[in-house]
Write a protein that binds this ligand. Structure first.
Ligand SMILES: *Cc1c(COP(=O)(O)O)cnc(C)c1O
Length: 232
């Protein structure tokens, strides 16, 4: 794992060099979905303490196991009926993608007297298989969030279309960055555009070159996922 991580850090450096950026701007979020706690512990020992997960049940289990010592980001589809159980256990929700979820987050955050940090998920490739808001609807959606009190927008997230050649994802990341900059300029209430979450194992160098400052890496750190191990 250490070698995997060093490999990624080298690629982050290179991508930053290519685009004249400071590598300190880039946050590496290990995605530990389906990964068991021993491997997460190994990553903790290598200096990580924030992990991305995509299932509420799995976050709750791991949260309990690590007794609050580890922070989790919710990066997967969030069902409204699961909001209550997780809202105060995650540091950031990357997958705010619809009004019904916004309403539920606002309600549960109010009930608990907290605010909840979210990224708005964008379906930048307009793929049927992907979640997220189409780019032309993002601004209206964020204006809607801005009318609430307890839900805060910290930025945008996307999963780019999978391309054999990562270079082909560049246009999507470029679109995301310009959307991000456009919204930043508006200075809306409860909207603080500081995180642009894009880039995964196969395309993170291109994402960084185009302005990502949070990359979500699973396979390249933990190896191929085994979806069987955590069922039931
Ligand atoms: C699984 C997942 C990742 C990590 O993907 P890898 O290709 O394994 O790096 C990143 N983001 C989201 C939303 C995911 O579901």
């Amino acid at each position: 794992m250490k070698e995997n991580i060093n490999n990624i850090l080298e690629k982050i450096s290179l991508a930053c060099k290519n685009s004249n950026r400071d590598k300190k701007e880039i946050f590496l979020l290990p995605v530990s979905k389906t990964v068991d706690v021993d491997k997460i512990q190994e990553a903790i020992d290598l200096g990580f303490y924030t992990f991305g997960e995509n299932k509420v049940q799995e976050i709750l289990k791991k949260y309990e196991y690590f007794d609050g010592k580890v922070k989790f980001h919710m990066i997967g589809h969030l069902q409204t009926n699961k909001v209550k159980s997780i809202i105060d256990k995650v540091e950031l929700i990357h997958s705010l993608d619809r009004i019904s979820l916004l309403d539920k987050l606002e309600l549960e955050a109010k009930n608990k007297g907290i605010t909840v940090n979210c990224l708005v998920e964008v379906n930048i490739g307009k793929e049927d298989s992907k979640l997220g808001i189409f780019e032309e609807d993002v601004l209206d959606f964020i204006r809607e969030v801005s009318k609430r009190d307890n839900v805060l927008v910290n930025g945008l997230m996307t999963v780019a279309p999978y391309c054999e050649d990562a270079e082909d994802t560049r246009i999507y990341f470029k679109k995301m960055k310009s959307l991000f900059d456009e919204i930043s300029k508006l200075k809306l209430k409860n909207v603080d555009m500081k995180i642009l979450s894009m880039g995964m194992s196969n395309d993170f160098m291109v994402a960084i070159e185009e302005g990502s400052n949070l990359i979500r890496i699973g396979t390249s750190i933990f190896g191929a996922r085994n979806y069987g191990v955590l069922s039931n």
